[in-house]
Design a protein around this ligand. Structure first.
Ligand SMILES: [Zn+2]
Length: 265
């Protein structure tokens, strides 16, 4: 009974993390009796990893039938998704958003040769209306989070992320900048102080390149179908970015001074 509960818990957790992970684990449990080497926990984990890897290509092909395609895991024309989002199949978008992001990455690389555009969590491969925890709005292929650009020791640091997952290295408001939500965690607005040791201290926000991205989204992006870009008010002010699509997500949603949220109209 305990074992059954444990397997059910693993299936739920893997489904929340990767959408297809839970079903893959269920398949591994079903196939397990056929492979004597999979009788141990380690063997079961190995069988799961093997099935998960084998499913990789078909998932992309089946997702295409439903109108979603993966952002590249190996950089293409300056654009790539983070390793975490790729491994967990959290890098799927609609063809329309794919094209806008490709155009953004190309323009950024043209303006700043060598610059890389890094996507973080996007959407799962299948089904509209299934959110990608903890991003409740990422449920239709039309949402994506982008990493900021960073510099290191005074020089650009193309493609580098400020934490292993790309999130939660917040650009704190400075004295005199707008602070509409105060400083406490509330709702889904987490300050994640415990995570600070896992973030990189040697990277600083590359204000020029990040400003270029935000302005591109506010103008060219808006012309190409971008409807909303979430960024904290203090960063929009500091970087001098404005436009109809530049929005504040409110005080009960996740902070947006560690990444940029982008969505189609
Ligand atoms: Zn988002």
């Amino acid at each position: 009974m305990l074992r059954l509960g444990m397997h059910a818990g693993v299936i739920v957790l893997l489904t929340l993390l990767t959408q297809i992970g839970g079903a893959t684990y269920g398949l591994a449990l079903w196939l397990r009796p056929r492979f004597s080497w999979a009788s141990t926990s380690l063997g079961l984990a190995g069988l799961f990893v093997a099935l998960y890897a084998v499913a990789w290509l078909p998932i992309g092909q089946i997702a295409a039938l439903g109108g979603r395609k993966p952002l590249p895991c190996v950089e293409r024309a300056g654009l790539s998704a983070s390793v975490v989002s790729c491994v967990l199949h959290r890098n799927y978008v609609t063809p329309e958003l794919f094209d806008v992001l490709t155009a953004l990455a190309e323009d950024v690389a043209r303006r700043y040769p060598g610059a890389k555009t890094r996507a973080l969590d996007a959407n799962f491969p299948f089904f509209d209306g299934v959110p990608l925890p903890p991003h409740l709005s990422h449920d239709d292929g039309e949402k994506v989070d982008l990493a900021f650009h960073y510099a290191r020791r005074g020089a650009p640091a193309p493609g580098m992320l400020a934490s292993p997952i790309g999130y939660w290295r917040f650009e704190q408001p400075r004295q005199g900048e707008p602070l509409p939500c105060g400083t406490r965690s509330q709702g889904w607005r987490w300050n994640m102080e415990w995570f600070a040791p896992f973030t990189r201290r040697d990277l600083v926000l590359d204000e020029e390149r990040t400003r270029y991205v935000l302005r591109w989204l506010a103008h060219t992006g808006a012309e190409r179908g971008i409807g909303k870009v979430f960024v904290e008010p203090h960063l929009a002010q500091r970087l001098g970015v404005s436009g109809d699509v530049i929005r504040f997500q409110g005080c009960r949603a996740a902070r947006h001074d560690d990444h940029i949220h982008v969505q189609l109209r």
